[in-house]
Design a protein around this ligand. Structure first.
Ligand SMILES: [Zn+2]
Length: 368
């Protein structure tokens, strides 16, 4: 094997930066380079009192709570009705667990509730949904989520896929707006779900594990455009309703499209959940310019989850390495290695970071 002088120089450089980082991070005196490096990033992340507006937490755990305290971190815990996962199938037990979790850690966990879209054809569907949502608001919920099963899974009695702009949902949206609460929308999926297999797409592994959401070659399946247009109708029909389009509003490969949506709909913002890697793959100058221009409209989210059967402490390592990676990407000019690619951090100005990691969340989701 050939070892070039450049490689040796890199080794020396990374060793010296590891020592520097270790010196700055009191908890990692004997830690290898990466964790020490991570510790520095997490320290800066914690200093901003970050809010992650997109997580799914299904259990209470003292070590998890400690991590939240150490990182000064607030989470928006989002409920989803998913008939393919046992612990997401029933709504009320999820609400009860989430409320208990919220009460046990009020300064660190807030609740985004949902309603049961599988009951779409029930005569009292919207009245029941509104009653339940209002009860959740009264108990502290600050937002409501709709998920991709609207548009991509649930069919009405007539056999049509139900869409987000169906008139049956309108009273629910009006109710959320009248309470001054926020609607979080996960509509459609990344482009690759409709396209040919693409191992280079950051979401591709997800479709290998969840083939039910890979919809290419399904004749008659709604197009992504149709689903997002239904979402856009909700924005246009409800100017008083604040909406956060999660996962970059499902426009993960097209910053220009996101920008034109943000220009057109003043009640629309996006979160970064599970789509940071798409930003990392784009030309950095373009992403940086976009984030500075729309610094009031982007909320930091991850889509991290803490499942009932989560494997401790590995799961905590995952959470922390995601936060460290995202912080390095947005806040520093450091070199990152993502999926085998080297890239440079965007080094965003501090006031922009303050908005993305914290104050936009409070402005767009009051009560957080
Ligand atoms: Zn999610």
């Amino acid at each position: 094997m050939m070892i070039s002088t450049r490689t040796i120089a890199q080794v020396i450089l990374s060793l010296s930066s590891a020592l520097f980082c270790a010196a700055q991070a009191p908890t990692s005196t004997s830690a290898p380079a990466k964790p020490a490096d991570e510790e520095v990033a997490l320290h800066a992340f914690a200093a901003i009192h970050p809010i992650d507006v997109h997580v799914h937490v299904f259990r209470a755990d003292p070590a998890f709570k400690k991590m939240l305290e150490r990182l000064n971190l607030k989470l928006l815990d989002i409920l989803v009705m998913d008939d393919t996962l046992p612990y997401r199938k029933q709504l009320q037990p999820q609400i009860d667990d989430a409320l208990a979790l919220m009460r046990s850690s009020r300064e660190h966990i807030a609740l985004c509730t949902t309603f049961d879209p599988y009951k779409f054809d029930s005569a009292s569907f919207d009245a029941d949904a509104i009653k339940q949502i209002d009860r959740d608001f009264a108990q502290g919920a600050v937002a409501v989520k709709i998920w991709k099963n609207i548009g991509m899974e649930i069919k009405s009695n007539g056999g049509q896929y139900i869409m987000a702009d169906d008139p049956k949902f309108e009273p629910i949206y009006k109710d959320i707006a009248s309470h001054g609460r926020t609607l979080m929308t996960h509509q459609a999926e990344p482009d690759v779900a409709w396209g040919p297999p693409d191992a280079s797409d950051p979401s591709w592994p997800y479709y290998q594990e969840n083939p039910q959401w890979y919809v290419a070659n399904q004749p008659g399946f709604p197009s992504k455009q149709r689903i997002l247009e239904a979402r856009d109708h909700v924005l246009a029909n409800n100017p008083q309703l604040r909406m956060v389009g999660v996962h970059l509003g499902s426009m993960e490969r097209d910053l220009d499209n996101i920008a034109s949506h943000l220009d057109k709909y003043p009640n629309f913002a996006i979160d970064t959940a599970a789509r940071m890697e798409y930003l990392m793959l784009m030309p950095p100058e373009k992403v940086r310019t976009f984030l500075i221009k729309y610094q009031d409209r982007v909320l930091y989210g991850t889509d991290l989850d803490l499942a009932p059967d989560a494997n401790f402490p590995d799961v905590l390592k995952d959470w922390q390495s995601t936060y460290a990676r995202d912080w390095k990407f947005l806040a520093t000019g450091e070199t990152l290695n993502v999926e085998g690619k080297q890239l440079h951090g965007l080094n965003l100005p501090q006031p922009v970071l303050q908005k993305i990691f914290r104050s936009n969340a409070i402005r767009w989701i009051p009560g957080l």
